[in-house]
Write a protein that binds this ligand. Structure first.
Ligand SMILES: *[C@@H]1O[C@H](CO)[C@@H](O)[C@H](O)[C@H]1NC(C)=O
Ligand SMILES: [Zn+2]
Length: 299
């Protein structure tokens, strides 16, 4: 019997694909301490550890060279992919105006951080499957789908922000997710922010009008949720966002969900789930961490 080389090759490629997908799923689910609700970005111990190690290295270098955190303006290239089920608004075919306004809102959100995003392209991809089903890779099937999507459509390198407007059709509670910078070295094709097309300014969402992308890009630049780890331990590892027991809804400005810890809940931070117009800024230490993450991973 003669071996069919093409068949063997395709079998081994799909085995490699499944193994890679499986290691992504393990990273997302085994160590994932808490996520869910509006944002699907996974918190993983592995990513946390990779980032801590990298930040310590950057801080050591800074001390040696007697440098401060670099706050010089930095511009990232931005590519937007509109992933629509059909060519109607409800199918995800968003007007160009929404995208233009979203870029303005995004840049306003990052002004204090000295970070801006330069819109290089808007591509429109007609795929009901991707529009409906792209999501956090928590099953092998989802991981393979997201990886194939990224291999086909992701543009640029680690310094390039790819924003993908999708539907989360089977998961209507979710508004977005993004991969932290620590994920890129092993799994570059997944990198980017994935958000609901109707969360853009002018969009149909009754709850979000542009801050979803600011929030997801915060994850893309290494931030965790302000309520990460609740009232215990290192929280979100940011010293000027007081500990918070869980996500805020609405705008409970005087909520103090961790009364034994100093400070009121940081519902003003983009990294909480508080309402549009309530989460309006990053803290100085959140900015510091993002700028350190840029030095460590995205420059
Ligand atoms: C487009 O897709 C949306 C979302 O799935 C659906 O509600 C709508 O009926 C579709 N419209 C057409 C013309 O196919
Ligand atoms: Zn989030």
């Amino acid at each position: 019997m003669r071996l069919n080389a093409a068949l063997l090759l395709s079998l081994s490629i799909s085995i490699i694909e499944v193994l890679a997908a499986h290691s992504v799923v393990r990273r997302m689910t085994d160590d994932n301490l808490a996520h869910g609700g509006e944002c699907g970005t996974p918190y993983t111990l592995k990513d946390d550890e990779i980032m801590k190690t990298a930040f310590e290295r950057v801080e050591r270098e800074r001390k040696q060279q007697k440098r401060q955190v670099n706050l010089n303006p930095i511009v990232f290239d931005l590519h937007v992919a509109v992933v629509a089920a059909n060519m109607t608004y409800n199918g995800g075919w968003v007007p160009a105006k929404h995208i233009e306004d979203q870029v303005k809102v995004l840049n306003a959100g990052y002004l204090d951080a000295g970070v801006s995003f330069d819109l290089k392209s808007v591509r429109r991809i007609l795929s009901r499957r991707y529009h409906d089903l792209l999501n956090v890779p928590e099953t092998d099937e989802q991981a393979i789908m997201l990886s194939n999507y990224g291999k086909a459509f992701r543009l640029g390198d680690v310094k390039t922000l790819n924003v993908n407007l999708i539907g989360f059709t089977t998961d209507p509670e979710t508004y977005g997710f993004a991969l932290p910078p620590s994920f890129y070295a092993e799994f570059p094709e997944y990198d980017g922010a994935y958000i609901r097309f109707d969360s853009l300014p002018g969009g149909a969402s009754p709850v979000r009008q542009g801050s979803t992308l600011i929030h997801e890009v915060g994850h893309w630049l290494s931030l965790w949720h302000t309520f990460q780890n609740g009232c215990e331990g290192f929280g979100d590892e940011i010293s000027d966002t007081p500990a918070e027991a869980g996500p805020a809804t609405g705008c409970p400005e005087t909520r103090d969900s961790c009364p034994l810890q100093p400070g009121l809940d940081p519902v003003w931070s983009y990294m909480d789930y508080s309402a549009e117009g309530c989460r309006v800024r990053f803290s100085p230490m959140q900015i510091d961490r993002m700028r350190t993450a840029i030095d460590a991973f995205r420059s």
